[in-house]
Design a protein around this ligand. Sequence first.
Ligand code: NI
Length: 211
Amino acid sequence: MTKKRTNPPPLRVLAWAAIAVLVGALGALTLGWYRAEIAGDTGGLLSKPVATIGGPFELVDTAGRTVTDKDLLGKPRAMFFGFTYCPDVCPTTLWEASQWLEALGDDADKLRFVYVTVDPERDTPEQMKDYLTAFDPRIIGLSGARPQIDQVIKGYRVYAKKVALEGDDYTMDHTATVYLMNGKGEFVGTVAYQEDQESVLKKLRRLIENG
Ligand code: NI
């Protein structure tokens, strides 16, 4: 009676395939690490600014003063777009932004956090002012006339869409990403909705460091 093979060919083929996949994965990991080393540690920011996001704007702050993109140069900034009637994304992000500013300590003064409304019909400068009292007082609220808001929405490639609710009420679907701009007003990165605070602070510290 012949003994059956304990390791029939199909299994052996599978084993070799598994080893090949493992070696491939290790190779890819090593290569990824090597490339990251060559590119240098960017602190979670882009290695080069992207020129197609951003651009000029002219808006109105909560005191009714005109604020242009040029007024904000010289300090890096985090920019966020939303509306004060927002049920979740805006209050969450503005609350988290208040935590970031607190965690940065004195360095918080080396950057600006700017909140731009995509719903200027309801978010007058006065409404923005009232709403922002719930958050860090350093957060800059910007509103403006509809064409001014449309210009900044377009420049920053922001998605913002009015969605009808019951009656004559409405809400706004909008981009939940925070845009990171350097002191020259160039787009250098993003913070995702509800991103881990440690990861955000790493980006903000690098943003400040780069100026
Ligand atoms: Ni919102």
